[in-house]
Design a protein. Structure first.
Length: 328
């Protein structure tokens, strides 16, 4: 099986270099590395050329393309279109792979043709704990925000498993961005380009669609490290607003829409506000207050938009007979 690795990158040349070295240090090398560069300078290309020279004897083929638009979704889709491998491995530019990452992942694909996607364990050096985390976990479950099983909840929420490391394979619906898929499924289902810029939930939304077609596994022995970069991050308020907007989009796209499901979605939104409020009370940092007020603002804006949308649809229904009578 041939593997195509896709790295979308934006103004993180140092982190990109570390990610690239970890790919070239694999015990089982990919057939090709596709770099989709959205940076405004030439540093990423300089790093790539330097690494290529240092690994001039490698059988890996390098493909580089520059993309003006700053969109991680479009960058990944562009990489998919260029990929020639049987498998496509997505690696973010602030990720470092364990040296056995690809070899361990390929064993699952080779041993079971029903497996269409694999996501590994993100190494956690300090797992969340303490009273605040236990309370948060209870609230996340109670408000149908996360059942900690890698599956979508009834309200359209749910997250990939990331708060703990698993010790056996688990079939899931939701992946993070760092995952490997059979190319045949990505030919059917690409990233949704409704998500723009620095995205949120685009990875889980894609994997949910693919989970309707094939088996997705989170596995314990495919390891990677997230060296979270400070650059290209949104403010706490902007991130919270985007999260709520994107939650709603995923709900509208994948859940049967009626009064009950909207009520369940609103119930989950109220849970987000409550959790952010509790964090305000237990943490004096300004960013927590910023997130709380952003949650309220984004929720109010969303509800106002939904009310306007409902009114417009009712007006269309009321006016429909009049229009039909005026037709010749």
């Amino acid at each position: 099986m041939k593997v195509s690795v896709i790295i979308p990158t934006l103004n993180r040349s140092a982190e990109f270099a570390a990610a690239l070295r970890s790919i070239l240090g694999q015990t089982r090398l990919p057939a090709e590395i596709i770099v989709v560069d959205q940076s405004g300078d030439g540093r990423t290309q300089d790093v790539l050329e330097a690494v290529q020279k240092a690994h001039s004897g490698t059988p890996v083929q390098f493909k580089y393309v520059h993309q003006k638009e700053k969109s991680s979704v479009k960058a990944r889709n562009r990489g998919i279109a260029m990929a020639k491998g049987d498998l496509v491995s997505f690696v973010d530019d602030d990720i470092v792979l364990d040296k056995n990452y690809l070899e361990a992942a390929l064993r699952y694909f080779e041993s079971d043709p029903k497996v269409g996607g694999v996501m590994g364990n993100m190494r956690i050096f300090r797992a969340p704990g303490g009273f605040k985390w236990r309370l948060r976990k209870i609230l996340l479950r109670a408000f149908l925000l996360n059942q900690f099983n890698g599956r979508m909840t009834a309200s359209g929420f749910g997250y990939p498993i990331f708060e703990r490391q698993i010790d056996k394979p688990v079939q899931v619906e939701l992946f993070q961005a760092v995952a490997i898929y059979r190319k045949c499924f990505l030919d059917q289902e690409m990233f949704d380009e409704w998500f723009t810029g620095y995205c949120y939930r685009e990875d889980a939304e894609l994997s949910y669609r693919i989970s309707r077609l094939t088996k997705l596994l989170m596995v314990p022995d495919v390891l990677f490290f997230h060296k979270e970069a400070a650059s290209n991050r949104l403010s706490a308020a902007a991130l919270k607003q985007m999260q709520i907007r994107n939650y709603h989009y995923v709900f509208e796209k994948h859940k049967h829409r009626n009064f009950l499901t909207y009520l369940i979605f609103a119930y989950s939104l109220s849970g987000i506000i409550l959790i952010d409020f509790i964090e305000c009370l237990t943490n004096s940092r300004d960013v927590k207050f910023e997130k709380f007020f952003a949650s309220i603002g984004a929720t109010v804006s969303l509800l106002a938009w939904l009310i306007r949308k409902r009114r417009l649809s009712l007006l269309k229904v009321r006016n429909a007979p009049e229009h039909s009578q005026s037709l010749p």
